[in-house]
Design a protein around this ligand. Structure first.
Ligand SMILES: Cc1cc2nc3c(=O)[nH]c(=O)nc-3n(C[C@H](O)[C@H](O)[C@H](O)COP(=O)(O)OP(=O)(O)OC[C@H]3O[C@@H](n4cnc5c(N)ncnc54)[C@H](O)[C@@H]3O)c2cc1C
Length: 370
């Protein structure tokens, strides 16, 4: 069984690693030229029931614990006047919750755990053509070709493989402007103290100014706006962003002013919650390729759990990969539907005109909690 995985992100690498532990080889085709070709972004919190479970099945819990930053779980939510609405402090040193880890560190940990040569860098998949006897011919940018019996699309938000299974549309759900502040402790100690060891969210009417502390001492700043009425091109410089936060506490907007360089702008997109497809032999999807959802803390966790469940199914039924994929897809569709609906609801709440009040209600302890 020749397994090809398109995409060497968190989903694709987790799959390759767990398959390897079961003695099943796979090749990961990754479009980027090398592991350091692109910045991997900020922090992720890994949930015990999904991301951490997958790492456990990958045999990497020890490595995760030595690289994770449980103190990064600390978060505060402020209103535009700088008043604290919510302040969560984790138990010192505890891994009981959702410890944070830098995305780059997590990806490196997975890359180091697959056999040498598993990842073929510089392979952007552009076509996958079914072969008459089963399997696929793969075509890569630049003209290279390869074949496989099973193709797994782990190629992210704009997946090429997805179109072989579903024509579910992507909708624009938010606009994100990102800024970086390097070496914050030395260059901006006041901002380093404001952000703390984890995440800070400043929530106003239909806009969020967020900041997170990275493991390298930098700060990543993100400004989220609803998709409607905010043309992405309007925010190519920091002054346009600062105008959006006119009247906010200047200690908060200093996070924008201190950004190194111009903002990086991103369209945040999502697939309809509940997307499913009819089974096709030898073909499936994991992660954002399967279920792109608003980024409220589930996407990477679910991508890694998809990978763990698909690997377990293929290992349990290696003589019949079609049956294994069918079983994986049925369980994944059931699991993802409520998660995607919840993510859409939280995203809408975070960017609503009454976000601050809604968030305080959302984080309020339930009657059974202390
Ligand atoms: C701003 C933001 C913040 C987020 N925060 C969180 C969070 O805190 N917690 C969380 O759980 N999730 C978070 N997410 C979601 C998370 O990033 C994704 O759900 C997760 O990365 C999906 O993993 P993946 O492996 O499916 O895709 P990706 O991580 O996108 O990996 C896809 C890989 O495929 C490669 N690729 C793409 N096309 C091709 C091609 N044609 N051929 C070959 N290779 C290709 C890419 O280069 C990439 O390496 C966030 C998302 C955003 C946008």
């Amino acid at each position: 069984m020749r397994i090809a995985i398109a995409g060497g992100g968190l989903g694709g690498l987790t799959l390759a690693r767990i398959l390897h532990r079961h003695g099943i080889g796979a090749v990961v085709y990754e479009r980027e030229a090398s592991r350091s070709a692109r910045s991997q972004g900020g922090l992720l919190d890994l949930h015990p029931e999904s991301g951490q479970r997958a790492l456990d099945e990958a045999g990497l819990t020890g490595e995760f614990r030595s690289e994770a930053r449980p103190e990064g779980e600390e978060h505060r939510i402020l209103d535009p006047a700088g008043r604290t609405l919510v302040h969560h402090r984790p138990e010192p040193g505890s891994f009981a919750g959702r410890p944070e880890i830098d995305r780059r560190v997590l990806r490196d940990l997975l890359l180091d755990a697959v056999p040498a040569g598993t990842v073929r860098w510089g392979h952007r998949l552009v076509a996958a053509t079914p072969r008459p006897g089963g399997g696929f011919e793969l075509g890569f940018e630049g003209g290279r070709e390869a074949g496989c019996d099973v193709l797994v699309g782990a190629d992210g938000a704009r997946s090429v493989v997805r179109s072989l299974l579903t024509d579910a549309p992507l909708s624009h759900v938010a606009t994100l402007a990102e800024l970086g502040i390097a070496d914050a402790d030395r260059r901006h100690p006041d901002l380093a103290e404001l952000v703390g060891p984890g995440n800070l969210w400043c929530v106003g009417a239909s806009r969020i100014l967020a900041a997170q502390r990275l493991g390298d001492g930098g700060i990543r700043v993100g400004i989220s706006l609803p998709a409607d009425g905010h043309p992405i091109d309007a925010y190519r410089d920091k002054h346009a962003l600062l105008e959006l936060f006119d009247g906010w506490d200047p200690r908060l907007t200093a996070l924008i002013a201190a950004g190194d360089g111009p903002p990086t702008l991103r369209r945040i997109e999502a697939m309809p919650a509940g997307t499913r497809w009819a089974h096709r032999p030898g073909l499936t999807l994991v992660g954002d390729a399967a279920h792109l959802m608003p980024p409220v803390g589930e996407g990477a966790n679910q991508a890694m759990l998809d990978a763990a469940e698909l690997a377990a199914a293929l290992a349990a039924d290696s003589a019949d990969p079609g049956a294994a994929i069918r079983a994986y897809e049925a369980a994944m569709f059931e699991r993802i539907h409520p998660v995607a609906e919840m993510s859409a609801r939280v995203q809408a709440m975070m960017l609503s005109p009454t976000a601050a009040e809604d968030i305080v209600r959302f984080f309020a302890p339930r009657p059974t909690e202390r």
